[in-house]
Design a protein around this ligand. Sequence first.
Ligand code: MSP
Length: 529
Amino acid sequence: MEQKRFYVTTPIYYVNDRPHIGHVYTTTIADVMARYHRMMGHDTFFLTGTDEHATKVVDAAAERGITTQQWADQNATAFQETFERLEMSNDDFIRTSQKRHMDRVTGYVQKLLDSGDVYLGDYEGWYDAGQEEYVPENKAKEYDFVSPVNGKPLVKKTEQNYFFKLSKYQDALLALLDLGEEVNGSTFDVQPSARKNEIVARVKEGLHDIPMTRTGMTDWGIKVPGDEEHTIYVWVDALFNYFSTVDTDDRKKYWPAEVHFIAKDILWFHAAIWPALLMALGEKLPKVVYSHSYWISEGQKMSKSLGNFIDLEKIDHYVETFSLDALRWFLATNGPMGTTDSDFAESKFIEVYNSDLANTFGNCASRISNMVAKYFDGVMPEKGPHVPMSDEYDNIAEQCVTKYTEAMANYQLAKAGDAAMELVRAVDSYIERTGPFKLAKDPEKLPEVASILYNCAEALRIASVMLWPFMPDKVQTFWSRIGFAAYGEALADKGAGQFEQWTNWGYLQPGTAIEKGDALFMRYQVPKK
Ligand code: MSP
C-alpha cells in the first residue's frame, strides 16, 4: 500500500513584522499536526516561511537606509530563528524572494497568460497600502476611505493591470464549497463550516476579475513575463508558495496539500482566489483551508497603538517560566480554532498549566513512579490478579485513543488533548478508587498493587504517546524514565512513528526500571506581590 502523505502549511508571514504570538500560534498548531502525522507513520511535509514582496518592505528598508533585500533578510532570519528556538519541525522555510520561488511563479503566470486566464485591462479603484489590496467601492465607503489596517487614507488609483479571470471560477467554487462536489478530480473544503458559509455567500454575490499586477515597483517583486513594467501582485505571488515549494521532482508527491492553516483575516485569498488560480493552472486543490480566529491579549485586541502584543519577549518569559511544552499545550488546547477569539491571559495560562500539566499529567507520572519505587524497588512488577480500571468498561485507553484520532482527523486539537488527559484522569481516579497505597500495607495484597501499578503505568504510557505531538520534550523525558526512549529515537529528526502499535495495550514490560526523576511540571505558585 502507498504510504499516506500529509502536507501542512502555515501562512507565510509578512517580513515587515516581528514574530508575535499570532504567528507562533498558527505555526504551533501546524507543528502539532505534523508531529502527529509523522507519529502515525505518514510521509509528512510541513511548510512555513515569509512573504517578502510587499511595497511596505521596500518603504521600510528605504527608511532605514538599507537595501530591501537586507531588510528582508534580517527579518526573515528573525522568523527562522524564532521557529527554531521554539523547536518547530518545519521541513522547509520558503521565502518568496528566493529564486526557486520566483522562477516558478514566473512560469505559472506565463501559463496563465497563455491560457487567457490572465489578460491586460484597465483598473480603477481604492488601494489600501496597509493590506496591499484594492478595496471595492462599497467597502471603501464603509471604511470612510481610511485603511482599517494602518489608518492611512485609501488611495484612488487607475492602472493598466493584468487581470485574473476569477469570474470564470464562480460556478466551480460553488460546486466545491456549496454543494461539496468534486471538480476535476478535486474536493475543496473550508473549515470551520461557519467560515465556509461566509465564503459561499460572498461568492454567490458574484465574482469579478481581479487585478493581479501593479506598476511602479522597480526592483522588488516578480515581473510579469515579457512585460517588465508590471509586477505580480504580492498576494498572488505569496499564495503560490504552497505549490512552488513542492513543485520539484522529489516533492511533487506532496501536492495537493492536506491543509492550509490560516486565520480569518486572510480567508478570502485562500478560499476563493487560491483555488481559482489552481484550477486555472489545471492543478489539484488543497483539501482543506482551516481558518481559525484570533488571540487577543488580556481581554483586548492586540494592536500597535495599545502596544499589548504577546511579543517575543513575553513568549520567552512564558517559555522560561513554564517550559516550551507548556506554551505549546496552552496554545494548542486553548486557542481560537473555532469562530470565537481566545484570550491569552496570564491567569488563564497559569490555571491551565497547573491543572493539566502540573496536577494531572506531571503529578500522575510522579505518583506512579513513587509507588513503583516504594513498593517494588523501582522495577515494574509482574502483574497479579486482574483489577479493572473502570467500573463501566476496561478498555478506557482504547476509547480515549479513538476519541483522540477522530479529533485529530478533524483538527480539533483541544478535544484531542482532552482525550489524552481523560486517560490520565482515569488513572488518577483508578488510584483513588483502588487505593494501592493502603493495599500495600498488607504484604498479601502486593500482587494486586502490582496489577494496579502496571495498569496505571501502561495507561499513562499510552496517554503520553497521544501527548507527544503537543509536548515532545516532556514526553521524551517521561519515555526515557519508563524504558521507552526508543519511541523518541524513532521520532527524532522527523522520523516516523508507529502510533497504532504504540497505543496498543501491553507494551510495558515487567522488569523495566522506572526512574523517578524531578517533577515533569512543577506546580506554579503565583508570586505574592
Ligand atoms: N503574508 C500574509 C499571508 C500570506 S499566505 C499566502 C499575511 N501575513 S501576516 O504576517 O499578517 O500573518 C497573518 C497570519 O498570522 C494569520 O492568518 C494568522 O495565521 C496569524 N495571526 C496573526 N495575528 C493573529 C492573532 N492575533 N491570533 C491568531 N493568529 C494570528 O497575512
